[in-house]
Design a protein around this ligand. Structure first.
Ligand SMILES: [Zn+2]
Length: 552
C-alpha cells in the first residue's frame, strides 16, 4: 500500500459525481491543498447542525493529513450580519461585543468536540476593504451595478453558467430552462431596484444614522445631497466568503465545503462573484456538502422548540458518543438525533472504552507516549505493515488486522469519506484484539484500533481514562461562571480553572471576605472535591482521593 494506492475520491456537488481528487498545480508541482469551509454566523451559540458540519470537515482534514497532503485550512467567522444586528439590538448590546462573545463560545465548543483548529480563522469585518475592492472591480467589468440608494447588485444575467452548482450541470440549455423556473419563482421586492429577481446584493446601503456600517465609494443619489462622495453600508454575506478566499488563497482553491443549505444561493453566488472577478474557472475544483440534522424526525428549528446547542448536547453525552453517532452515518445523508440513538451510541462507546482500557493495561501502555505511538500517516502505516509482515512468525491475525485497517482507510479516503463503513471495522479489530494472547500482536492490533479512532477524531484520552479520574469540565466551567457572574473562564483546561478558583478563595480569605471564601468551598465540595487546607494557609484539591490540583 502506498500513496497512489489510496486515491482520494469525493463526491463533487459541482458535477454531481464521485471524482478522484487531483490537486491544483503550479509549474507542474502540486500546491498545498487549499481547503475553505464556511464558518458560523456568530449571533448565537453553536447548535447541532454546526457540530455535524465541522466534525465532517474535521474528519476530511484528518484524512488529508493522514494521506500526507500538505493542507492549508481556512474556516471563516461571519461577524457582520442582519441576525447579529437584530439580536444585539434586542439585547441592547453592541454587535461587535455579541459577535466576539459568540465567537469565543464557538471556539470552546470546537475544542470540546475535539475539532482541530484551522490554520486561519478570518473574521469578515477584517476584510471589508478587500470586499470593496472586489466589488469595484466587478462594477468596472460590467458584472455589477449600483442602484439609486448606493447599494450594489450582482447582475446574474452576465454570468452565463449561473446555476451550475445548484443543478450540477454545465449544459447551457438545461441551465437556461432551470434558471427560467427559478426566476419565475423569485419576486423582486417593491423597494428594491434589482434588474432581475435573481440578482443579489454585494453591498447594501443603509441610512447614515445607522452606526453599524462602513464607508463605501457608492453615495446615495436619493438623499438629496448629490455632492456626497461616499456612501454608507454593509457587505452582502456571499461577498464576505469570496473576499476571504481571495485574501488567503488567490484565484483558485481545491476544496470548498459547507452545509447542504449553503449550496444555493450562498455557494452559487460565491462562484459567480469569484469567477467574474478573476476570470479564472473553476473558482473551486471540488464542492463538498454535508447533510441536514433533524431532531426526532423534524427539522431542527427554534420555532419548533427542538433546537439543541452543542453545549446542551455535551451536557448529556460526551464528545465520543456524539462523534460515533454522527460518523456512523454518511456525511451527505440527513441524520436524525433522537435520545434512543444517542443512548445506543453511548452504550457502544462505554463498551469500547472498557475493552480498550483492559487492553492498555495488558499491553502496559503509557498514555503519555500515546501520541508518538499512533499511526498517523501512510508512511507510518507502511512501516507497521512491514514490521507485522516481516515478523518471524507472521500470524494470520496480524495480517487480518492489517487488512481491516486498509479497508477502513480505503472507505475513508476512496469512498467519499465513508466513515460509517470505516467504523464498522472497529468490530473486526476488537474481535482480533480479544482473540490474541501474543503480546506483540496485541500491541499492533491495539495500535491500529486506536489509530482508526484517532483518524476519526475521537478523544482518546477520554476513552482510555477510567471515569473516576475524569474531571467534569462542564460542571467546573459552570461553577466558574456562577462565581464570576457569567464570565467565561480565561483557561480551557479544567485543572487551570480549578487553580484560579482556589486562588480566588485564598484571596477572599486574606481580604477576610469569609462569605465568598465559604461559597467557593461549598461549591467545590458540592462537585465532590476535597479541599485539604494546611496550617500554612495553602490548599490542595483532590477528587475521589486522587490529587487534582497541587498546593495553591
Ligand atoms: Zn461562506
Amino acid at each position: 500500500m502506498n500513496f497512489q494506492s489510496v486515491p482520494l475520491r469525493v463526491f463533487n456537488t459541482l458535477t454531481g459525481k464521485l471524482e478522484t481528487f487531483v490537486s491544483l498545480e503550479e509549474g507542474g508541482k502540486p500546491k498545498a491543498i487549499r481547503l475553505y469551509v464556511c464558518g458560523p454566523t456568530v449571533y448565537d451559540k453553536a447548535h447541532l447542525g454546526h457540530a455535524r458540519c465541522y466534525i465532517t470537515w474535521d474528519t476530511l482534514y484528518r484524512v488529508l493529513q493522514f494521506l500526507e497532503y500538505p493542507v492549508i485550512y481556512v474556516r471563516n467567522i461571519t461577524d457582520v450580519d442582519d441576525k447579529i444586528l437584530a439580536k444585539a439590538r434586542a439585547l441592547q448590546q453592541s454587535p461587535k461585543q455579541l459577535a466576539a462573545e459568540n465567537h469565543a463560545f464557538f471556539t470552546q465548543d470546537m475544542v470540546a468536540l475535539n475539532i482541530l483548529p484551522p490554520h486561519h480563522e478570518p473574521c469578515a469585518t477584517a476584510h471589508i476593504d478587500d470586499m470593496i475592492t472586489s466589488i469595484e472591480t466587478l462594477i468596472e467589468k460590467g458584472f455589477a451595478y449600483v442602484t439609486q440608494d448606493g447599494s450594489v447588485y450582482f447582475d446574474v444575467r452576465q454570468k452565463k453558467d449561473y446555476g451550475k452548482l445548484k443543478f450540477s450541470t454545465n449544459d447551457p440549455q438545461k441551465l437556461a430552462s432551470h434558471l427560467e423556473d427559478l426566476q419565475s419563482g423569485a419576486r423582486v421586492a417593491v423597494d428594491e431596484e434589482k434588474h432581475s429577481p435573481l440578482d443579489f446584493a454585494l453591498w447594501k446601503a443603509i441610512p447614515t444614522e445607522d452606526p453599524d456600517g462602513w464607508v463605501s465609494p457608492w453615495p446615495s443619489a436619493t438623499d438629496g445631497n448629490t455632492n456626497k462622495k461616499n456612501g454608507w453600508g454593509r457587505p452582502g454575506w456571499h461577498m464576505e466568503c469570496s473576499a476571504m478566499n481571495h485574501a488567503f488563497f488567490g484565484e483558485q482553491i481545491d476544496i470548498h465545503a459547507g452545509g447542504a443549505d449553503l449550496v444555493f444561493p450562498h455557494h452559487e453566488n460565491e462562484i459567480a462573484q469569484s469567477e467574474c472577478l478573476t476570470g479564472v474557472q473553476p473558482f473551486a475544483r471540488y464542492w463538498m456538502h454535508n447533510g441536514f440534522v433533524n431532531v426526532s424526525g423534524e427539522k431542527m428549528s427554534k420555532s419548533l422548540g427542538n433546537f439543541s446547542t452543542v453545549r446542551d448536547v455535551l451536557a448529556r453525552y460526551d464528545v465520543n458518543t456524539i462523534r460515533y453517532f454522527l460518523l456512523t452515518h454518511h456525511y451527505r445523508m440527513p441524520v436524525d438525533f433522537t435520545d434512543e440513538a444517542l443512548t445506543g451510541a453511548q452504550n457502544r462507546i462505554e463498551k469500547l472504552s472498557a475493552r480498550l482500557q483492559e487492553a492498555v493495561v495488558c499491553c502496559n501502555l503509557d498514555l503519555n507516549t500515546l501520541d508518538n505511538w499512533l499511526v498517523t500517516t501512510l508512511t507510518g502505516f507502511k512501516a507497521l505493515q512491514d514490521k507485522i509482515k516481516n515478523r518471524s512468525i507472521a500470524t494470520s491475525k496480524g495480517c487480518e488486522a492489517l487488512a481491516s485497517f486498509e479497508t477502513m482507510l480505503t472507505a475513508m479516503a476512496s469512498d467519499d469519506l465513508n466513515t460509517a463503513k470505516a467504523l464498522a471495522e472497529l468490530s473486526t479489530l476488537l474481535r482480533l484484539l480479544k482473540g490474541t494472547t501474543d503480546s506483540e500482536e496485541m500491541q499492533d492490533t491495539l495500535r491500529l484500533l486506536l489509530s482508526l479512532l484517532n483518524l476519526s477524531g475521537f478523544n482518546l484520552l477520554l476513552l482510555l481514562t477510567p471515569k473516576a479520574c475524569l474531571l467534569d469540565e462542564h460542571a467546573i466551567y459552570q461553577l466558574y461562571q456562577t462565581l464570576f457572574k457569567n464570565q467565561e473562564p480565561p483557561e480551557r483546561e479544567a485543572k487551570a480553572v480549578l487553580r484560579i478558583l482556589l486562588t480566588e478563595r485564598q484571596q477572599a480569605k486574606q481580604a477576610k471576605n469569609w462569605e465568598r471564601a465559604d461559597a467557593i468551598r461549598k461549591a467545590l465540595v458540592d462537585l465532590n472535591f476535597q479541599l485539604l487546607d494546611s496550617k500554612e494557609g495553602t490548599t490542595q484539591l483532590a477528587q475521589n482521593g486522587i490529587e487534582v490540583v497541587g498546593v495553591c
